[in-house]
Design a protein around this ligand. Sequence first.
Ligand code: ADE
Length: 227
Amino acid sequence: MPGLLDGPLDHSIVKRAREKGIAEIHVHDIRDWSTDKHRKVDDYPFGGDAGMVLQVQPVHDAIAELCSRRHYDEIIYTSPDGELLTQRVANALSLRENVMILCGHYKGVDHRVREHLVTREISIGDYVLTGGELAACVLCDAVIRLLPGALGDETSALTDSFQDGLLAPPVYTRPAEFNGWHVPGVLLSGNHAAIVAWQEEQARERTRRLRPGLLAGEEITQESNTL
Ligand code: ADE
């Protein structure tokens, strides 16, 4: 359902990156490769189960045609059984030239697509979405914001949570007091070294309290993320 991608990929940083020519996104409708007169691309699963399965032929033909136009470094299938999307995965993908994302389908895709056509499967978390489109948007956003020039302040992606394996420290803006709630005094001190030390301590303390696994060098994995 390509329409689902329109909103998220046409706003904010992703929109600006596209306008500045930093990223190109081409959305394709797999139905364009259907050989069916009604442009059908799914069918009942063999073995009789509920739900429809995306067929191998239109997916194969779409991938073959797109690959004849340009080289793809990765052909990613979005699926809850994929490798978990982490900052490390996003960083690595941001160094790639061309990435194709095949959005999963409600009940799934003919397994031959996964065996023979895709190079990688990525999940955005341990929950099931209706389709892979929203996962593809999350992936695009996480990767595109890392491209040089995509963020206004070039350094700000470096200070994101997870970039140094820690959660980001808290941030505040004016006014310095609201409703009797005060901004920590050190941030108003003008003492740059003290501010940096405070931010580092806060990042460490928040990570220890909220995500101790990150300090142990673990990434979020299926096992460490159980409630
Ligand atoms: N498709 C359905 N659920 C998904 C998930 N959690 N991650 C990626 N793709 C999906």
